[in-house]
Design a protein around this ligand. Structure first.
Ligand SMILES: NC(=O)c1ccc[n+]([C@@H]2O[C@H](COP(=O)([O-])OP(=O)(O)OC[C@H]3O[C@@H](n4cnc5c(N)ncnc54)[C@H](OP(=O)(O)O)[C@@H]3O)[C@@H](O)[C@H]2O)c1
Length: 275
């Protein structure tokens, strides 16, 4: 636990050796985001993953490792295996005093993950961390040490926005909105691009328009005080093109479908918690 990195104007963030237990879609996004931000040196990163470790070693210079090596050598450990594998994997390993284990696992309460004497912090990030535009919720209750929370918050701030959440029950909604939510939006983007092609646009142009339309809409909605329904009204002129499209969305229960999708994802997270 020797090196540290100055981030922003704050005190150095001491990470030591960073280890990944599982490094697939999410782990890979975090690893890529942190490496690209210069937060960690590749040679100080251990990756235990039967599928991705060798390729990541070749591409990014990280060190492939066994889960046992991660547990014995890493100071900061990211748990990013699927929910069904998480508790059993932790139970098979011996952790060290002073280690911080960060669980990204959906639908798996903190209490079910035993990594003592390492300290555990539960987070819910999303894959946009790969490009520094992620959103991460960090569980912060009296059970977590304030210095661990501060360290984890700063770690995830390097790859996006962070919020602390005082109640673990809220993780179901966070998982549904910001972790599953990107997939809902990608499905919408794909369909909108098809709509552009149906209207005669070349595929590449349709995709570019969709990406910039989403980015622009997100930027407008992110202005403090902005309200999506008002922004919608502002681009909807009487008898214009937009209201004609909105009529179709309403008749096909577009908003109800999105609402139900988020509720279903949250239900699935609760279901995972019970299994
Ligand atoms: N993807 C997201 O957008 C997202 C967002 C928020 C949170 N999460 C959480 O992140 C976790 C990982 O999700 P993911 O989408 O990244 O899954 P993933 O792409 O399947 O990655 C998990 C990786 O862990 C490997 N693995 C399995 N058992 C292992 C073990 N014992 N030791 C080391 N590596 C092992 C898997 O290999 P095998 O394929 O051989 O099993 C796989 O390569 C999940 O718990 C999920 O809830 C994901």
């Amino acid at each position: 636990m020797s090196d540290s990195l100055e981030t922003g104007t704050m005190v150095p963030l001491a990470l030591g050796t960073v280890g990944f237990l599982g490094c697939g879609q999410l782990g890979g996004a975090l690893l890529g985001g942190w490496l690209d931000a210069g937060l960690v040196e590749p040679e100080r990163v251990l990756v235990a993953d039967p599928v991705t470790a060798q390729a990541l070693a070749a591409r990014r210079g990280v060190r492939p490792a066994t889960p046992g090596e991660v547990a014995s050598e890493a100071d900061t450990i990211i748990l990013a295996v699927k929910p069904a594998q998480a508790a059993r994997l932790l139970a098979s390993l011996s952790f060290q005093l002073g280690q911080v284990l960060i669980s990204t696992v959906a639908g798996t309460p903190r209490a079910r993950l035993v990594a003592s004497p390492a300290r555990l912090v539960r987070v819910m990030p999303n894959t946009a961390c790969r490009v520094g535009r992620g959103f991460t919720a960090v569980l912060a209750t009296p059970d977590e040490m304030p210095e661990d929370i501060a360290r984890v918050v700063r770690l995830f701030e390097v790859v996006g926005e962070v919020t602390t959440i005082p109640d673990e029950a809220l993780f179901h909604g966070v998982t549904a909105l910001s972790a599953s939510g990107p997939a809902f939006l990608f499905a919408a983007m794909e369909a909108l691009a098809d709509g552009g092609v149906a209207a005669g646009l070349p595929r590449d142009l349709a995709r570019r328009l969709v990406v910039h339309t989403f980015a622009g809409a997100a930027a407008l909605a992110g202005v403090p005080g902005a309200v999506p329904s008002t922004l919608k009204d502002e681009v909807t002129s009487p008898a214009g093109t937009t209201i004609r499209g909105l009529q179709v969305l309403e008749s096909r229960a577009f908003r109800g479908a999105l609402l139900d999708a988020v509720a279903a994802a949250a239900d699935r997270s609760r279901e995972l918690e019970r299994t």
